[in-house]
Design a protein around this ligand. Structure first.
Ligand code: SF4
Length: 433
């Protein structure tokens, strides 16, 4: 297939395809799907080998947000029966983070609901970062706190934060359809503030909100131009009690095409499968590892993921390996660019945490929301969100077996597929990692 030969050649050279080529990936047929995955998989392995970076979410403050992001279970007016709590204390957050790091995560994503942090909130996060790094000095920390005001990014950088997540979520042309309390330009501004302060930029999208192929391509190219070091790809988790509760627009095949397109447009950038992995890719999750080089371990902000051990088993069974703390996530040339942008020393090789060079984009002391999402993190809330429904009796039940029967285009509310997080941060129960 000429298209795939062209895209593979460009990707192996680190070049970006044309917009028409990206659209053509989304238009491929199911008969062509494995060829698409194989082609994008070659690009993924060229720049990231068989490594999978694990990220772990800690929801510092859950629910009760004044913003109206329609995909989010924490939004203004949400009827989703999620956990609601105010700021975790630094010790509580550090304990939650420890669980993820012990499970293999090299990055901890600290997420808080809300339009943006106050200066007092920055103090809280500063204390939390100190508590986490006291226990695990090498861990990468990404903050996802919403829209930033002047000097807040600099304060986070000084506190030891490595990256900042703020997703663009969708195209500029349709942004007004998913949120009205802030704008696409506000989100771009925060990503630029974070980058300008020397934080690695993590910014991604949410697919499945009713957008067109053109919208998806628009936002993915915008993220490339914005210089995002990490691109979280969320698949909408339709939460009961939110305006998008009945938006079941994705199939596993569609998700794989989207991931392949994101990989071709961002050949040498961290691509992370964020919220919705279990709900939409389902038994096709291992194929997603051939496209993305990063996932979240365990639960999401407000919904439950599959068991952390199941994530680890899936990675091993598919022939991939968990990326170590001492390994660089980004390939050297991209790490050098990121380091230059952040005032670091630009070593693309392994960097020791806190080595004094200030690399914000390389592991070992570096880099960038999940996909978690614009306003905040990933896909439904400010970090990878999740839907809700009833708490799973155990982690392995987080995704119901009936998931395989969900047709794209269904307009049902599926409380069997989307389960509210009831364990981990903000609860007395052990976290899923
Ligand atoms: S995505 Fe973030 S800003 Fe938007 S409603 Fe959810 S918590 Fe609030």
């Amino acid at each position: 297939m000429d298209l795939l030969d062209t895209l593979t050649a460009k990707g192996l050279r680190g070049e970006t395809p044309t917009r028409e080529e990206a659209l053509a990936v989304l238009a491929t047929t199911d008969d062509e799907l494995l060829d698409v995955v194989a082609a994008a998989g070659r690009v993924r392995r060229r720049w990231f080998g068989r490594r999978v970076k694990l990220n772990y979410l800690v929801n510092l403050k859950s629910g009760l947000c004044p913003e109206d992001c329609s995909y989010c279970s924490q939004r203004l007016g949400s009827k989703a029966e999620i956990l609601k709590y105010t700021w975790l204390k630094p010790g509580q957050a550090a304990e939650a983070a420890r669980a993820g790091v012990s499970g293999g995560a090299k990055r901890v994503c600290l997420v808080a609901s809300g339009r943006g942090p106050t200066d007092r909130d920055i103090d809280r996060v500063t204390d939390t970062v100190a508590a986490i790094k006291e226990a695990d000095p090498a861990v990468e920390i990404c903050a996802c706190l919403g829209l930033l005001s002047d000097n807040q990014a600099e304060r986070l950088k000084a506190a030891g934060v490595d990256a900042y997540n703020h997703n663009l979520n969708t195209s500029e042309g349709t942004y007004g359809d998913i949120a009205t309390t802030h704008t696409y330009a506000d989100r771009v501004d925060t990503v630029q503030k974070a980058h300008g302060a020397g934080l690695s930029a993590c910014s991604g999208l949410i697919a499945g909100m009713g957008e067109s192929d053109e919208d998806l391509v628009d936002v993915v190219f915008a993220l490339r131009e914005l210089g995002s070091d990490s691109v979280p790809v969320n698949f909408l988790i339709p939460f009961e009690g939110t305006p998008l509760a009945k938006e079941w627009n994705l199939s596993p095949q569609r998700c794989l095409r989207i991931l392949a397109m994101v990989r071709f447009v961002n050949p040498d950038t961290e691509v992370r499968i964020a919220g919705g992995r279990e709900v939409h890719l389902r038994s096709m999750q291992p194929l997603g590892l051939h496209l993305a080089n990063s996932i979240f371990l365990g639960d999401y902000l407000t919904s439950e993921g599959q068991a952390g051990q199941t994530d680890l088993d899936m990675i091993a069974d598919a022939g991939f390996e968990v990326e170590g703390v001492g390994e660089s996530t980004l390939p050297r040339h991209r790490a050098d660019i990121a380091a230059a942008a952040t005032g670091g020393c630009g070593t693309g090789a392994t960097g020791g945490a806190g080595g004094g060079c200030g690399t914000a984009a390389v592991s070992g002391g570096s880099e960038g929301v999940d996909a978690a999402v614009g306003g905040c993190g990933t896909g439904g809330g400010c970090g990878p969100c999740g839907g809700h429904g009833h708490a799973a009796a155990n982690a392995d039940q987080a995704v119901d077996e009936t998931a395989a029967t969900v047709p794209a285009g269904s307009d049902e509310v599926r409380t069997d597929l989307v389960r509210v997080r009831r364990r981990g941060a903000g609860t007395e129960l052990a976290p899923n990692a």
